[in-house]
Design a protein around this ligand. Sequence first.
Ligand code: FMN
Length: 413
Amino acid sequence: MEDKERGLAGAPGSVSKYVILGVTGSVAAFKSPLVVRAIKDSGIGVRVVMTEAAKQFVTPLSLELVSGNPVLWDSFQSPLSHIEIARDACALIAAPATLNTISKFSTGVADNLLTTLFMAFRGPVIIAPAMNWRMYDNPIFKDRLAYLKDKGIIEVTPERGALACGEEGVGRMASTQRIVHTLKRTLGANDMKGLKVIVTSGPTREYIDPVRFITNRSSGKMGRALARAACLRGAFVTLISGPSSVPPHDDVLDEIDDAEIIRVETSGEMEKAILEKSKEADIVVMAAAVCDFKPERFSQDKLSRSEGLTLELVKTADILGKISAHASKKTYLTGFAAETGDRKDRAREKLQKKGIDMIVFNDVTQEGAGFDSDTNIMTIITPTEELSIPKMSKDAGANRIFDKILLNIKGRN
Ligand SMILES: Cc1cc2nc3c(=O)[nH]c(=O)nc-3n(C[C@H](O)[C@H](O)[C@H](O)COP(=O)(O)O)c2cc1C
């Protein structure tokens, strides 16, 4: 639903509701039905076009059943299909894309339905090469691929691993998730393209000795949602994450080349990472629940139970305050204030004291808000206004926050 709201089911204002999936003659074609299913699960329809060679690896019938649409491979099966299908599609994906088909794309050879469609299509094209590593590494092919990328064709780079020929190397088709995330990102609003965004996320750990630490209940879900939202809207995202309990698999951030994840443990490491990165950032969102206190002393050796323990705690560094002093004037700074109870007054005070542009308040005692929850209830507070975000998924809430940040940046320029 949220994807559709953001226009992921088609370019904004477009009636396109399907992508063309071109399946070519690679061993990886047996994965095509899974690609079809994953695209459909994102709310986007699929029209499959195969090459003759692809039919050796996967049957048109399987692809027809999974896509729910007739599968075409011959230009003369349905005359003018190369124009009609191309006209109404929102994207063309070739997955798997053979060396042969990619080379034809790059030279304008239109000798089958897929290559003819490619030449007739005016929307975004994504290719997921799959081939033996020697073929992928071939200098002639590299030139062809570089030429296509220069023309705006998006490559979902193949992965290293065991290949069907028994060799190992770079040539395995990208995972289904990577292909679908690339598609979503391509069809997304793209209103954050060119922006560098830093998001901090999760808790920190403050060590007492090598095996014990103090921490807090933050799961890192809100930070992940923010980083994911910015990434899907086209930003280059750096996620600085404390030890999060959110499983990292199947996430756009792990799949997209335009994102980096820096993993840290302590508040000191988080401070160092963000100070290093924030100078060039357009937007910094500090969603991490950095521990406010840490043990005054760290014991190099594991403390013995028999000796007893009294912990002396000291405040950790004020990272938000330091960033505010350190970041460039153009950087839009957002902090989070997690409180127990309706303490917006404390959030407003934090906003003012730290000299930041926005603070997002949430009362973690509310049902459907705070740690570990998949939803949140928030209030966006800036020096001049307050905006309530009712209970919604953290992904949707993250998009609301960026909508507001973009609006405020626009108003500032
Ligand atoms: C068993 C087998 C596996 C193949 N696997 C691949 C492959 O993974 N990638 C590739 O580029 N070509 C592969 N080929 C070669 C292509 O099938 C061949 O170049 C064919 O002409 C591709 O046609 P198409 O691009 O129209 O699908 C394979 C051939 C055979 C016989």
